[in-house]
Design a protein around this ligand. Structure first.
Ligand code: CAO
Length: 547
C-alpha cells in the first residue's frame, strides 16, 4: 500500500512554528484540501491541507511540537500514489519524447516509477496556477547528477515569469522525460529520479495537489509582506528572473536579494553545490552593515550608515532586557528596509467630514440590526480606493529590474492593525467593488483575526496601498512609512471640530487630519497633490464616490 509522507511546506520566512491542532483522527479519511494540521507562528495561523484524498495512517508530530520547513508531519495512504506506483518505467518511457530520454538509464530502473516500494520517482510539473502550457527553457542539471531537495531541475517560462521547478527529492537524475522547448502543463512529467534513501523518499505530491501561487510570487511588487504561501506539497515557486547570470539561487532568494538591493554575484553560497541560501543574503547584508564600523563610533559602515553605539544602560539605573516578538522583529526589519530604500515625502491636508459623520451616525440603528459597526475607517478605505482608481500612479510598484514599473489593475487596501503582539497589515481585497457595509464587516473581521493572531498569510498579501489610522487614539498628524513595494500610505489622525472660514464667517466643521507619504521615485509631488485633493473632496462629499 502506498504511504506518502506529508512535510511542512515553505513557511515564507518563519523559522519554526507550533503545531496547535491535529485536524483528522488517525485512521480517518481525508480529502484533498482538507486541513491535516494547523500551525501557528507569532504572525498567523496556517492550515496545512492534504494534497490528495486518502487516509491518515499516523501523525509524526503532536500538538505543541515546534516544527520547521521540511519536517514530516503525517503519513497518509493515498489512492493517487498507488496509481502512480502502478505506472511502469516502460510506460513512462513510452509517454516521454524519444529524444531526450536516455532509454538505457530508464530501462535499468528496477520497476515502478513513483513511490516508496521502489527508489524511482517521477518529478512532475507542479500546479503552475493556470491551464496554459509554459515552455521549458532550461534543463538545469544533467543525467547522472546528484540533486538535493530544493535544487532546480528545470526552468519554465511563461509570458509573465520564469519559474524554477525545484526537486522535492534527493537522488540521482536517471533521465529527463521533458526536453528544452517542450510546452508543459501542470502534472506533466519532467524527470525520473532515483532516490538515494527511503528516509528521503518523501513522495512528491501529484501535481493537482500543489498549492503554489505563481502569479503572486511572480509579481514581487504585489507581495509586500514576506508571508508564506501555505502549501501542502513542496512545489515550484515562480519569480521574475533578475538576470541571466549564472548565480545559483532559487526564486525566493533572488526576490530577497532584489528587495535588499544585494548583488547575488557577490554572495558566497553555503547550500549544496554552493547554492545561495536566504541566510547567505542576510549575512551578507549584516556583514556589509558592520564592515567599516569600529565599535560604535560615528564612522560610516559598509552601507554608508553610521552605526548606533551600543550603550550599557544599567550604569544609569535598573533595566530589563525583553525579547522582541517575531512580529516586532519582522516589523523592525521591514521599517528599516523601507525607510532606507524609499525616498519619502509626506503631504498633509484636512478633510471636512462633518456631513460624512452625520451620515455615518444615521447608519447606527441599521448597523446594530446587521451587527456591523461602521467607523470612519470604512469610509476612508472606500475613499482611498476611489482615489487610487482616479490616480493610478499610486497603484504602481517599481519592478525588481529597475527598468519598469508594474501597474496594478486591482485595488486592495491594507489596514494597519495594532495588536498586543505587534503591528500587522491585513488587506481588504477589491475595496473599490465593495460597499460601506461590506468594508466595515471586513474591517471588523480582519482586526479581530489580527488581534487573535489568526490571520492567514493570504489575508496579509496583495495590498496596493495602506491606511494607518490612529484616529481612535489621537494626535494631529504623523508621517507614516511607505509599506514598500507599495508606493503610498495614508496616515489618519483624530478628527476635531475646528472653526473654518467660509468667506464671511467661521463655521464649526469636523476636520480629519490626513498625511500621505509616498515613494518619490514613482510618485511626483503633482501626483500626490492630485491624489490628496481628490481624497479630501470625496471624504467631504461622499456623493463623489458614486461618480
Ligand atoms: N477620528 C475620530 N474618531 C475616530 C477616528 C478618527 N479618525 N477613527 C475612528 N474613530 C473612532 C470611531 O468612531 C470609534 O468611536 P466610537 O466607538 O465612539 O464610535 C472608535 O474610534 C473606534 O475605534 P477602533 O479602533 O475600534 O476602530 P476603527 O475602525 O477606527 O479602527 C483599526 C480599526 C483596526 C484601524 C484600529 O483599531 C487600529 O488598530 N488602529 C491602529 C493602527 C496603527 O497602529 N497604526 C500605526 C501603524 S505605524 O506604527
Amino acid at each position: 500500500m502506498a504511504i506518502e509522507i506529508i512535510t511542512i511546506p515553505d513557511l515564507g520566512g518563519a523559522d519554526s512554528v507550533e503545531v496547535i491542532e491535529l485536524c483528522v483522527s488517525v485512521g480517518d479519511s481525508v480529502e484533498q484540501e482538507e486541513s491535516l494540521v494547523v500551525l501557528e507562528s507569532d504572525k498567523a495561523s496556517m492550515d496545512v491541507p492534504s494534497p490528495f484524498d486518502g487516509a491518515v495512517v499516523k501523525y509524526l508530530v503532536a500538538e505543541g511540537d515546534t516544527v520547521k520547513v521540511g519536517d514530516a508531519i503525517a503519513e497518509v495512504e493515498t489512492a493517487a500514489s498507488e496509481a502512480i506506483a502502478e505506472q511502469t518505467v516502460e510506460e513512462v518511457v513510452e509517454e516521454a519524447p524519444a529524444e531526450p530520454v536516455p532509454v538505457e538509464a530508464a530501462v535499468e530502473a528496477p520497476q515502478a516509477a513513483a513511490v516508496s516500494e521502489t527508489s524511482e520517482q517521477i518529478a512532475l510539473v507542479p500546479d503552475i496556477g493556470s491551464d496554459d502550457k509554459v515552455e521549458l527553457i532550461e534543463i538545469s542539471v544533467s543525467v547522472g547528477d546528484q540533486v538535493e531537495e530544493g535544487d532546480t531541475l528545470v526552468v519554465l517560462e511563461s509570458d509573465k515569469a520564469t519559474m524554477d521547478v525545484p526537486s522535492t527529492l534527493t537522488g540521482t537524475v536517471k533521465a529527463f522525460i521533458a526536453k528544452e522547448g517542450d510546452k508543459l502543463a501542470t502534472g506533466d512529467q519532467v524527470a525520473l529520479i532515483e532516490v538515494t534513501s527511503s528516509a528521503q523518499a518523501v513522495v512528491e505530491a501529484p501535481a493537482p495537489t500543489a498549492q503554489v501561487e505563481p502569479a503572486k510570487a511572480a509579481d514581487p511588487a504585489s507581495a509586500p509582506s514576506p508571508a508564506p504561501a501555505v502549501t501542502a506539497a513542496p512545489a515550484a515557486t515562480a519569480a521574475v528572473s533578475n538576470d541571466s547570470s549564472d548565480v545559483y539561487a532559487g526564486p525566493s532568494v533572488r526576490l530577497l536579494a532584489r528587495e535588499l538591493g544585494v548583488d547575488l554575484g557577490q554572495v558566497a553560497g553555503t547550500g549544496p553545490r554552493s547554492r545561495i541560501q536566504k541566510d547567505d543574503v542576510n549575512n551578507f547584508v549584516k556583514t556589509a552593515l558592520k564592515s567599516g564600523g569600529n565599535g560604535g563610533s560615528a564612522s560610516a559602515s559598509g552601507a554608508g550608515i553610521p552605526q548606533v553605539p551600543a550603550v550599557d544602560f544599567s550604569q544609569f539605573g535598573e533595566i530589563e532586557t525583553v525579547k522582541l516578538s517575531k512580529i516586532q522583529k519582522i516589523t523592525a526589519d521591514n521599517m528599516q528596509r523601507n525607510w532606507l530604500n524609499v525616498p519619502h515625502v509626506t503631504q498633509f491636508d484636512d478633510a471636512d467630514i462633518t456631513e460624512l459623520e452625520v451620515f455615518r451616525k444615521s447608519l447606527k440603528l441599521e448597523g446594530e440590526k446587521k451587527g456591523i459597526k461602521v467607523t470612519p475607517v470604512a469610509f476612508i478605505i472606500k475613499a482611498a480606493a476611489a482615489a487610487l482608481a482616479a490616480n493610478p500612479e499610486f497603484n504602481r510598484s517599481l519592478a525588481g529590474d529597475g527598468e519598469n514599473y508594474v501597474q496594478k489593475h486591482y485595488i486592495n487596501i491594507g489596514m494597519a492593525v495594532d495588536t498586543p503582539r505587534g503591528l500587522v497589515v491585513p488587506v481588504i481585497k477589491d475595496a473599490d467593488k465593495k460597499g460601506i457595509w461590506e468594508i466595515s464587516a471586513d474591517v471588523i473581521a480582519m482586526a479581530t483575526l489580527a488581534r487573535e493572531g489568526k490571520l492567514k498569510p493570504s489575508d496579509m498579501q496583495g495590498g496596493c496601498f495602506t491606511i494607518s489610522s490612529l484616529g481612535a487614539i489621537g494626535g494631529n498628524g504623523f508621517t507614516p512609512i511607505v509599506n514598500s513595494p507599495e508606493v503610498g500610505i495614508l496616515g489618519v489622525s483624530k478628527s476635531q471640530m475646528k472653526p473654518v472660514w467660509d468667506g464671511s464667517d467661521f463655521q464649526p466643521k469636523l476636520m480629519l487630519p490626513l498625511a500621505l507619504s509616498y515613494d518619490h521615485r514613482v510618485i511626483n509631488g503633482g501626483d500626490a497633490g492630485r491624489f490628496m485633493t481628490y481624497l479630501v473632496k470625496v471624504l467631504s462629499d461622499i456623493r463623489h464616490m458614486t461618480l
